[in-house]
Design a protein around this ligand. Structure first.
Ligand code: ADP
Ligand code: MG
Length: 624
């Protein structure tokens, strides 16, 4: 037998911080500790069931897996026992001394300045798991042994939840884990079996493992075990027999999110591919949704046997906010992440689940209020869809929401259907503008003509928008058109033309001189019908990279070829009329450069040489 080696270890600093937070932030919902411990026990039994498929000896002649809960009133202890996979000594050190999840540090940092109620919510979202035992306990003991190991390879872990824990080798006859909570005096309510029962009914009824509570028969003076949950996988039940609350509790169990889901879809599918799926859309984005290596994906079961968490093979990235389970009858039980990757069954399931998810969102979109909550949380994620999933472009496009010039609010509430239904009779294209911010889009000089003609324009100012618009080519047969790009069909619609005879000799001289001054800085210079209030504007050529796209590329550290714009001037503008009259070439030169810089400034939001721009303005002001 191993020497009884007792060691004292210090908790990882994040754990200390977490424990401190939990114990001191007046946790309002203390009872969730039991849900967490039962969930861990059930996970451990799932793991045993999974590994037991290929190694039946791991069951150690005890094939009835279960979770048992008992109390000892005189000692003030609550004991949660499972005969699942258990832990080795090293597992214990790794799992019950650190927080392995990535991003914990940033999560804890985000908690620092929050109010208590927000903290509670965030902690719940993060899923504090095992450490929540210290919300109600003074001291916690864990006795565990990994299935298949010898009896003397058990481990005892004990801690007061302060800075450190002790770890000792022990003999443990049964595989699995037994957790003993020495409850704080004021938490004695958790010693009452009716209380325990009600918590289990509330949170853990759907757990597929039997949960038994130890009861005492007063008459016979004996203890006996009574199963307290139904232990049937929720998703295998008929939809009509599942209550809304049951669906919600199952979601919370699955995700550690304390908020209710905003919508869900449960389907039993028969045929070539037989499967059950239960998909949820959360009400709130998880804190790590923008974390590159955050874990998302569905929980995978094969014929009711738990296989793995966070299987990313069934949903694309742009639907990463969807949570849920998929239970397939066709996949092999020994499936691994690698096998899943390029498996035709997976591919089929994936396309079916994408459709289901998008249909579920479409259903949600019938409820404007709820859909707006969803869009505000996940719109940016969904906007990755057009680039990632061209097959479902139409479904996705219908789910997108925008703001527009006429909408008059930064909030994105307009669907493309709505835009199209408000289009002018002769309008063939969907007009949009991309910019750095809502305000700069809304005030862009490009909008002047559209405003005058009462044609609405979508205002796009999320970073991803420019990228998305590369993939969103048309909607219901209508092409998308950026209004900051050359568009020869525009004058047909607006019936605005620059009639040649109307261009005075002054203006045509002006254009010639301007081209001479600006030379290669621009593609061409011409008069415009687009402007009403602004003297000049720059347009991108139809086939050239747009300004926003160029910005995205250079922000990503790529070299972008210098953009050459079409420079348009508004012959009606008093400033242009004034400059037309300047004969002095040097002065004209300064004015033209100033005009171009103005237009570039409006288009790009910055200038290569702002000092020169300011100096020229000042000089011209003084000369006035
Ligand atoms: P999570 O369950 O989210 O991983 P927890 O803090 O609840 O986080 O648990 C930490 C880890 O401790 C688990 O992932 C698991 O490896 C281990 N663990 C906890 N309880 C048990 C148990 N009853 N049996 C086996 N392993 C357990
Ligand atoms: Mg857990």
């Amino acid at each position: 037998m191993n020497k009884l080696k007792k060691e004292t270890h210090s908790f990882q600093s994040e754990v200390k911080q977490l424990l401190h937070l939990m114990i001191h932030s007046l946790y309002s919902n203390k009872e969730i500790f039991l849900r967490e411990l039962i969930s861990n026990a059930s996970d451990a039994i799932d793991k045993l069931r999974f590994l037991g498929i290929s190694k039946p000896e791991l069951y150690e002649n005890e094939s009835n897996t279960k979770i048992q809960i008992s109390v000892n009133k005189s000692q003030g202890t609550l004991i949660i026992n499972d005969n699942g996979i258990g832990m080795t000594r090293q597992d214990v050190i790794n799992n019950l001394g650190t927080i392995a999840k990535s991003g914990t540090k940033s999560f804890l940092k985000s908690l620092e300045n929050q109010k208590n109620n927000v903290k509670n919510e965030l902690i719940g979202e993060f899923g504090v798991g095992f450490y929540s035992s210290f919300i109600v306990s003074e001291k916690v003991l864990v006795r565990t042994r990994f299935a298949g190991n010898n009896n003397d390879q058990g481990t005892l872990w004990e801690s007061f939840g302060k800075g450190e824990y002790n770890i000792t080798n022990i003999v443990k006859k049964t595989k699995g884990t037994e957790i003993t909570l020495f409850l704080k005096k004021e938490e004695n309510e958790f010693l009452e079996t009716w209380r325990i029962q009600s918590i289990i009914n509330k949170y853990s009824d759907h757990i597929t493992v039997p949960i038994e509570i130890q009861m005492y028969d007063e008459k016979k003076k004996i203890y006996f075990w009574e199963q307290t949950n139904k232990a049937k996988a929720l998703w295998t039940k008929q939809k009509s027999s599942i209550s809304e609350v049951e669906y919600q509790e199952f979601y919370k169990h699955l995700t550690n999110d304390q908020n209710n889901p905003i919508i869900w879809n449960h389907s039993h599918v028969e045929g070539v591919h037989e499967y059950i799926s239960l998909l949820y859309v959360p009400e709130k984005a998880s804190w790590d949704i923008w974390n590159k290596d955050s874990k998302h994906g569905l929980k995978l079961y094969v014929k009711r046997v738990y296989i793995m968490d966070n299987s990313q093979a069934f949903l694309p990235n742009y639907l990463r906010f969807i949570k849920g389970i998929i239970d397939s009858n066709n996949l092999p039980l020994n499936v691994s992440r690698e096998i899943l990757q390029d498996n035709s069954i997976t591919q089929n399931l994936k396309s079916a689940l994408i459709k289901k998810s998008l249909k579920m969102l479409e259903k949600l979109s019938k409820n404007n209020n709820k859909y707006q909550i969803f869009w505000n949380q996940f719109g940016l994620v969904l906007k990755e869809g057009p680039a990632e999933d061209s097959k479902n472009l139409n479904l996705i496009a219908n789910l997108l929401r925008f703001t527009s010039f006429k909408n008059n609010t930064a909030e994105q509430t307009m669907s493309l259907k709505e835009y199209v239904s408000n289009m002018h009779k002769e309008q063939e294209k969907i007009y949009y503008i991309t910019s750095d911010s809502y305000t700069s889009a809304k005030n862009s000089p490009h909008l002047e003509l559209f405003n005058k003609k009462n044609i609405d324009v979508l205002l796009l100012s999320d970073r991803i928008d420019e990228w998305m618009m590369n993939y969103l080519v048309e909607f219901e047969g209508k092409k998308f058109q950026s209004i900051s790009k050359e568009d020869i069909s525009l004058n047909k619609l607006t019936k605005e033309k620059i009639k040649n005879e109307k261009i005075s000799t002054d203006i045509s001289n002006f254009l010639k001189r301007a081209k001479k001054v600006l030379g290669n800085k621009i593609k061409l210079v011409r008069t415009t019908y687009r402007l009403t209030e602004t003297p000049c504007v720059v347009l991108s050529d139809a086939n050239e990279m747009s300004t926003q796209m160029a910005k995205l590329f250079s922000a990503a550290g790529q070299t972008v070829p210098e953009l050459k714009y079409i420079f348009e001037i508004n012959p009606q503008h008093p400033l242009i009329k004034k400059i037309c009259k300047i004969n002095d070439d040097k002065k004209f030169d300064e004015w033209i450069n100033l005009l171009l810089d103005q237009a570039l400034f409006a288009e790009k939001g910055n200038l290569e040489n702002p000092h020169k721009f300011i100096a020229t303005i000042n000089k011209l002001l003084i000369e006035e």
